[in-house]
Design a protein around this ligand. Structure first.
Ligand SMILES: [Zn+2]
Length: 262
């Protein structure tokens, strides 16, 4: 391993968290982490290995108060947040979320929220960003999405076709949101009110489309960039921290969260 600044942060983070100081040094903030895939079949910025994910979960369970995103929002609004609120989220609906990530989350007793692009579920569609992966990663079936929900995990909307809402006209955005929410509600029999916008970058959501999310009655609109949030952050401008292979360890992520560099 190169002795770069990331490994230095990893080394610095270890004793600090081992001593339990992370919990007390943390600024008051809302931390929302974003994962995509958990498996050992591929290595890229969207994929976390299974053993690595287990280490992340052990770390988060020990040093944070992990809540589902819905509960984090409810308790924020009620003024009853625990000291170190953190939500774990996943995007898109990859099959390994249920088969490999969910058992690890359950082992550590951690809740999580899964944002599903309904047009991918139960299909062989290959997302444009997965074209170079052979074989392409599979999506969950609707049976698996229902099983995940029945196991207590939270499900949120992530459109039907994963379009770029930075450029999609508001009318089509409205259709993407309405249709994906209706399908999830029909499959799961519960209200769906959490939303993560596709791609999640600064340019991937126009202000007109953010208003569409608000008008349709969702409780939040989360990005996939930007870091942590102030306790009183607007629910429609919530930022997430993508957990990628840029982080060399959970301690590196933990120190980055502590120092506002995530
Ligand atoms: Zn996505």
């Amino acid at each position: 391993m190169a002795f770069d600044t990331r490994s230095v942060q990893d080394l610095a983070g270890r004793p600090l968290f081992a001593a339990g100081l992370g919990r007390w040094l943390a600024p008051e903030q809302l931390v929302i982490l974003a994962f995509h895939r958990v498996n050992d079949a591929m290595r890229d910025g969207l994929t976390c290995g299974v053993a690595e994910f287990d280490r992340y979960c052990a770390f988060l369970a020990r040093h944070y108060d992990v809540l589902s995103l819905g509960e984090l929002l409810s308790r924020r609004d009620a003024g009853t947040l625990p000291r170190r609120p953190l939500a774990i989220t996943f995007d898109d609906g990859y099959q390994d979320n249920w088969r490999l990530a969910a058992p690890v989350l359950q082992k550590h007793g951690l809740p999580a929220t899964f944002f599903i692009s309904t047009g991918f579920i139960g299909t062989q569609r290959v997302a444009p960003w997965d074209r170079d992966i052979t074989p392409p990663p599979a999506w969950m079936s609707w049976e698996e999405v229902r099983a995940m929900h029945a196991a207590g995990f939270e499900i949120g909307a992530h459109t039907v076709n994963h379009p770029d809402l930075g450029t999609l006209p508001p009318e089509q955005t409205r259709e993407e949101l309405t249709e994906s929410r209706a399908r999830l509600q029909q499959e799961l029999g519960v209200d769906i009110d959490l939303f993560a916008y596709p791609f999640g970058g600064e340019r991937n959501l126009s202000e007109a489309n953010r208003e569409v999310v608000r008008e349709l009655g969702f409780r939040c609109c989360v990005s996939c960039h930007g870091g942590t949030n102030a306790l009183d952050a607007d629910a429609f401008h919530l930022q997430r921290v993508p957990v990628s292979d840029w982080y060399v360890s959970p301690h590196h992520l933990g120190l980055s969260l502590l120092t506002g560099r995530a």
